[in-house]
Design a protein around this ligand. Structure first.
Ligand SMILES: [Zn+2]
Ligand SMILES: [Zn+2]
Length: 169
């Protein structure tokens, strides 16, 4: 008898939880309805330093850190949201040296870009940027030890797969 009662309580808790999840999911859909997925070409700059050149902003990057930003070819600035999927911009200077194609989301509340995928233009061809462990055949979006064997991930820049190339167009 006892286990049954416990089961009943557990399942009613579960459905109450599921209900509140459903409600918050609906709220989320409402507020992010206008998020837009875009693909932009440009280079990584520090917004503070760019604005220092243009408007004499007093930069303090040594203490406050750089504001890494995608500067598109038409001179628009899209600061990177500091999410994990964008970590390579902070962790690996190669991402700050390349001609990038960034797929991501922008939001009605501001110009920040949430990175979905980093690609690069190399000799006129689109390349995928990522990290890979040859031993375990695992890929990652940022440097660090392999989740499986703990050897460091190796940086890769390989011609974009057809599917990824389509997204960038
Ligand atoms: Zn800076
Ligand atoms: Zn590994």
């Amino acid at each position: 008898m006892k286990p049954n009662r416990r089961q009943f309580i557990a399942s009613s808790l579960l459905s109450a939880g599921a209900l509140s999840l459903q409600v918050s999911a609906q709220d989320k859909t409402k507020s992010s309805a206008e998020a837009q997925t875009i693909s932009l070409r440009g280079r990584v700059v520090c917004m503070t330093e760019e604005l220092q050149k243009l408007y004499q902003v007093i930069a303090d990057c040594d203490i406050r850190g750089h504001v890494y930003t995608l500067k598109t070819n038409d001179d628009k600035f899209y600061p990177f949201l500091p999410v994990d999927i964008a970590a390579a911009v902070w962790m690996d200077e190669r991402y700050r040296q390349r001609d990038l194609q960034v797929t991501g989301r922008i939001f009605p509340q501001g110009q920040f870009i949430e990175v979905i995928r980093f690609q690069s233009w190399n000799n006129g061809k689109l390349h995928d940027l990522y990290y890979f462990c040859d031993v375990c055949q695992i890929s990652s979006h940022k440097p660090g030890p392999c989740d499986c064997c703990q050897d460091p991930f190796q940086f890769r820049e390989t011609p974009a797969t057809e599917e990824n190339a389509k997204h960038a167009e």
